[in-house]
Design a protein around this ligand. Structure first.
Ligand code: FMN
Length: 188
């Protein structure tokens, strides 16, 4: 099984990274690729539409490697802290670039996925607001929709609230529960 884990937090050892690492460690027979987006050069999508005529993105940067891994993986885990009610710009830029994985389709459909079917996706968000799981429901809607566009129907979205940059997310009881749920989801 190949897993791609993408940390959209600028803090490489922060709450988001800890949760992501816990969720992806100790899987049997697994090829894990882990990215810290803060260390990568991923430009914003420029809407050139090159990808609608050709099966590639016109921008040649570190996203090229991520495209390769997304194509090969069985499960992708996308993680980010919540900043001003949304994912970080680091993760948003990467997810926007997944537009290049959509091929034009016959009407009434606009796009169809280029990714092979059967992949799983998990989005993980950490947030300061203790009520985040109830308040940020639009994040779940957005990521279910974004993954559905990619042809991915096996999707989990988790939001762990009540954290602060100074706190350790693994001290929160729900963190362990979320990690267990993700591990089970990936393996079955
Ligand atoms: C710039 C900034 C904006 C934030 N905005 C929010 C927010 O809108 N809602 C929220 O619940 N938490 C917010 N937080 C708190 C973080 O989401 C939370 O502490 C998160 O766990 C930090 O993750 P990290 O340790 O991976 O950096 C914000 C934190 C920062 C630094």
């Amino acid at each position: 099984m190949k897993i791609v884990a993408i940390n959209g937090s600028p803090r490489k050892d922060g709450n988001t990274a800890k949760l992501l690492k816990m969720a992806t460690e100790d899987h049997k027979d697994t090829d894990l690729v882990y990215y810290d987006l803060v260390d990568m050069r991923i430009k914003d999508c420029i809407a050139c539409m090159h990808c609608k005529k050709h099966n590639e993105c016109s921008i040649k940067d570190d996203m090229t490697q991520i495209y390769r891994d997304l194509n090969k993986c069985d499960a992708m885990l996308l993680a980010s802290p919540i900043y001003m009610g949304a994912e970080t710009a680091l993760l948003k830029a990467m997810v926007d670039r997944m537009y290049a994985l959509l091929a034009p389709a016959q009407a009434p459909k606009r796009y169809e996925p280029r990714l092979a079917p059967g992949k799983k996706a998990v989005a993980i968000f950490t947030a300061g607001n203790p009520q985040a799981n109830d308040v940020l429901t639009y994040m779940k809607d957005r990521y279910y929709m974004a993954m559905a566009l990619q042809g991915i129907s096996k999707v989990q979205v988790h939001i762990v609230g009540g954290t602060s940059p100074a706190s350790d997310i693994m001290e929160r009881a729900e963190s362990q529960k979320v990690v267990t749920e993700i591990k089970k989801f990936i393996e079955h």
